[in-house]
Design a binder for this molecule. Sequence first.
Ligand SMILES: Cc1cc2nc3c(=O)[nH]c(=O)nc-3n(C[C@H](O)[C@H](O)[C@H](O)COP(=O)(O)OP(=O)(O)OC[C@H]3O[C@@H](n4cnc5c(N)ncnc54)[C@H](O)[C@@H]3O)c2cc1C
Length: 393
Amino acid sequence: MEHDHRVVVLGAGYTGMMTAIRLAHRTRRADVRITLVNPSARFTERLRMHEIAAGRQLADHRIPDLLAGTGISFVRGAATAIDADARTVTVDDGAATLDYDTLVYALGSSADTGRVPGAGEHAFTLDSPQAAVRLAGRLKEIAATGGTVTVCGGGLTGVEAATEIAEAHPGLHVTLVGLDEPGAMMGAKARAHLRRALDRLGVTVKAGARVTKVLPDAVELETGELLPSDACLWTAGVTVSSLAADAGIGVDDRGLVVVDATLRSVSHPEVHAIGDAAAVRLAWGRIHGTCQSGLPTAQYTADTIVRLLRGKRVRPFRFGYIHQPVSLGRRDAVIQFTHADDTPRRAYLKGRAAVLYKETVSSSPVKVYRLSKRMNVTATLSKGGRATRRPAA
Ligand SMILES: Cc1cc2nc3c(=O)[nH]c(=O)nc-3n(C[C@H](O)[C@H](O)[C@H](O)COP(=O)(O)OP(=O)(O)OC[C@H]3O[C@@H](n4cnc5c(N)ncnc54)[C@H](O)[C@@H]3O)c2cc1C
């Protein structure tokens, strides 16, 4: 194995943590130095941000604790520039400069509040524990007077947030606004269960509605209708950091790093991109940003780096979706089982069994990190079957 190889992992979210820890375990007898960079020392369980917004306290997982015993150096700070020719990363505008031989780009994504005027100024997001705590504070304030909350974005994050908020604050009037019917990607039975949960919790659904502006006290729809909103939560679409694009690393029209079949940048092969920040194409189509797909990209990348260091051949990445797990407050959930390309199968779970299933999914990443310090654990439950036998060019 190559000596004194420097790997810098940018972002200690679900995927960056996974790659760093698995790589450390797999290279523990080799001269590989791994540095993990993240702005906060707290590990953000993004899957649970809506729980914080509804007033729950989450476990405080500290990144240095999760890394204890791995030999990984943790740098607390934000990467502010990449020099892809010199192979360096600047942290916090020059507070530190890190040299790398291999870079793992795992910066994730955040709510795209740039889509309509006013969203950046007036809408809350679930981008960080701090952002979710700010929303929790506002909801508590307005719950006392029966305030109005508008959740913009009828995707699964919007559904999870709307149901969680409505259940925690029965006095609030919660409206969920989106272009599609909530749960549009699910089968008819799972979608009907999801809709019943929204109705039971008193959430008003406005499907087929486009938000055009967020005002301090209202949300404006394309039709001109104004929805009075004491609080607006933005979950409609995500955006990514411009760091890769600024560095001249090839990105697609959304700013995601364009990767080859082994998840390496097509412009800079020493850069591996994973999770929400990578544009991953498989034979059956494009991966969309989920933890479910992100963790396999992260494990695969740790293994790929090891194989490259050993001069071995790397096989193309393979993955298939298996489920869409959705919480509907704390006491209900729905799990739609899927084909590899995320289209629904007939099977689904609801109620208590689904709540337990969802909780198992949400709590598994931290457990997998702990185990991965000692063994190679797999998070890839489906390789996509026949659909991914011939990876797209
Ligand atoms: C409320 C909610 C519920 C969700 N539920 C599900 C679900 O049930 N199932 C599912 O599969 N997916 C779910 N998702 C999506 C899932 O959270 C993401 O797909 C997943 O977090 C992607 O992992 P990642 O490592 O790419 O990014 P992240 O987990 O977002 O991690 C990115 C990390 O990079 C750090 N970072 C950002 N900028 C910099 C910088 N400049 N320098 C250094 N570090 C930086 C961030 O602070 C963060 O720690 C949900 C998302 C939300 C918001």
